[in-house]
Design a protein around this ligand. Structure first.
Ligand code: ASP
Length: 584
């Protein structure tokens, strides 16, 4: 028998019992008369004791145990004189009577403990060892729990989980596809789904009414901390629904997960229009755990011969409470921050509202105390506060100030990990103008329906059309998004033409869906959640890599299995492929 209990199970009440445990040797301490071994498995750690006086031979063999050896022991549970409050089994230890080494281990390349000395690349190469560590086990078990609870909730709501294929063709999300060559159809390729979008809409045509799937999606994009080339969605679609039905249903899912997984009762989610989010926070995924809302002071700040302001479309600021004492050095650092190319501001104006009621600003040459007081009044700043102001073209200025707001929140420690602020951002624009290609793109995807009252603007002012699209945002993270779909062939054609698709192009890419819509498509809509991001948020992790069992690194590589890798000439031949020589 390998075990009667797990390494996380034994307590005071088991004292005196004969037990059998198996697990990995985390640590061996040879203290002369006594040798202690920490035995670990997924459930916890139990201390084993070998006493030189009771059994010298056994004790000697315990001293030979290396880290990560797999062992099996028989012994008796005893109360510890020196209790360890830090672990669940800390009241007891095992007086070992039999020891068997089930397998030896090479010395692991890093310590398999809560905190490890292994760098990221090394841990990724030996991911199976990294996954033995408690924080990773916690993350993966949390992920499992969230998946189970999602399925429970959706099952209770009559959703049916349907699997859709991976070998398909381009879906409408607009990222780059991963492609798979077809051996049986030389010269042709499957695309891996960026999402099951078209299939879930077809399932609505098929009458499944409520669909969901925990599903892998593939997008060939550049890497960021919250991106992986393959990631998991909770993908959902419902028939005979309006936007409100979808929001209610999935706010319910979110509330369920918060309650059962985090033990948090979430209040009703705030609703915020895209326009409001952009003008108050400079972001369509505002972190609303803290306020620091934008205040437009264009009116107050123009007309004093400060060219930067006078030529600006928008002058807008935030108040950093109690920061009037910021040093020159700190303010310079903030200026450098906003001037970074990825933030893109030309400069930063600051105004210190001193405790004595006076003002000190970086634009004292142009504005007197009274002028600055007028700004402070508009911005509702108090003595002791610091006003940070940006000016320029509206969209860019808002975006930059949005970044500065987040930076200040970090500096002021306003992003509390155990606080959750959730909202729905609604009324997104349907289309987005793309400077590079000089055409409109679908902000969500081309099947998203415009608001009824805005449809007529499609011909005259397409940029103004709002969509029945929505995002769920928690703590500044876009957890999910979706839309009510177009289910009318004519409106869909109109949408394609606004996007600059010719009829043939639309037909070639999505003909099957358009045809399906001619066989009785019900009104429908849905949403997809980034499951990895949601788990990372609940786990308090920045990177989704921490909640994925076998993630890829920054270069899209799995350094453990060494993938991607070359394939043999024979395989290439089978696939009718040739590799172009890389230019030196
Ligand atoms: N397929 C969309 C996405 O992946 C979500 C949706 O519209 O349901 O973003």
């Amino acid at each position: 028998m390998y075990r009667t209990h797990t390494c996380g199970e034994l307590r005071q009440e088991h004292v005196g019992q004969e037990i059998v445990l198996s697990g990995w040797v985390q640590k061996m301490r040879n203290l002369g008369g006594m040798t202690f071994v920490d035995l670990r498995d997924r459930y916890g750690i139990t201390q084993l004791v070998f006493d030189m006086e009771t059994d010298a031979e056994l004790c000697e063999s315990a001293r030979k145990l290396g880290r990560e050896y797999v062992i099996n022991i028989h012994g008796k549970v005893a109360e510890r004189s020196n209790k360890n409050q830090k672990i669940a089994t800390g009241d007891i230890e095992i007086l070992v009577s039999q020891l068997q080494v089930l397998n030896q281990s090479k010395t692991p390349p890093f310590t398999i403990e809560e905190e490890t000395d292994g760098g990221e690349e090394l841990r990724m190469k030996y991911r199976y060892l990294d996954l033995r560590r408690a924080p990773n086990q916690y993350n993966l078990i949390l992920r499992h729990q969230m998946a189970i609870e999602t399925r429970k909730y959706l099952n209770d709501m009559q959703f049916v989980e349907v699997e859709t294929p991976y070998l398909i063709k381009s879906t409408p999300e607009g990222a780059r596809d991963f492609v798979v060559p077809s051996r049986l159809n030389p010269g042709t390729f499957y695309a891996l789904p960026q999402s099951p979008q078209t299939f879930k809409q077809l399932l609505m045509v098929s009458g499944y009414d409520r669909y969901f799937q925990l599903v892998k999606c593939f997008r060939d994009e550049d890497f960021r901390a919250d991106r992986q080339p393959e990631f998991t969605q909770i993908d959902c679609e419902m028939a005979f629904v309006e936007q409100e039905d979808v929001l209610q249903t999935f706010e319910g899912l979110a509330r369920h997960l918060f309650k059962v997984v985090k033990g948090v009762d979430m209040p009703k989610f705030q609703r915020m229009s895209y326009d409001e989010a952009m003008s108050k926070y400079g972001s369509d995924k505002p972190d609303t755990r803290f306020a620091m809302e934008f205040v437009d002071i264009t009116e107050q700040a123009q007309g004093k011969d400060f060219v930067v302001f006078d030529s600006a479309e928008l002058i807008v600021g935030i108040v950093a409470e109690n920061c009037a004492s910021y040093t020159r050095k700190k303010l310079d650092a903030l200026t450098n921050f906003v001037k970074k190319p990825q933030i893109g501001a030309k400069g930063l104006v600051y105004v210190k509202y001193n405790e004595d009621g006076s003002f000190k600003s970086s634009v004292d040459k142009f504005f007197n105390q009274e002028d600055l007081k007028a700004w402070a009044d508009k911005m509702e700043a108090k003595p002791g506060d610091l006003m940070l102001i940006l000016a320029g073209e509206t969209k860019k200025t808002r975006k930059a100030l949005g970044e500065l707001r987040l930076e200040m929140a970090d500096q002021l420690n306003l992003k509390k990990e155990d606080e959750f602020a959730a909202l729905w951002v609604v009324d997104f624009p349907l289309l987005e103008w793309d400077e590079d290609t000089q055409r409109f793109h679908a902000m969500h995807h081309p099947f998203t329906s415009p608001k009824k009252e805005d449809v007529q603007l499609l011909d005259t002012d397409p940029g103004k059309v709002r969509a029945n699209a929505y995002d769920m945002v928690i703590n500044g993270v876009e957890i999910g998004g979706g839309s009510i779909r177009i289910f009318d062939r004519e409106l869909q054609n109109k949408m394609f033409s606004a996007l600059g698709f010719t009829e043939e192009e639309a037909e070639k890419q999505f003909g099957f869906l358009l045809e399906a819509f001619e066989y009785g498509a019900p009104p429908h809509g849905g949403v997809a959640f980034g499951f990895d991001r949601w788990v990372a948020l609940f786990a308090g992790r920045e990177s989704i890599r921490d909640v994925i069992a076998f993630p890829k690194n920054n270069a899209g590589r799995d350094v453990m299995i060494e993938s991607p890798s070359t394939i043999s000439d024979e395989q290439l031949n089978d696939l009718s492929l040739a590799i172009k020589k890389q230019e030196e």
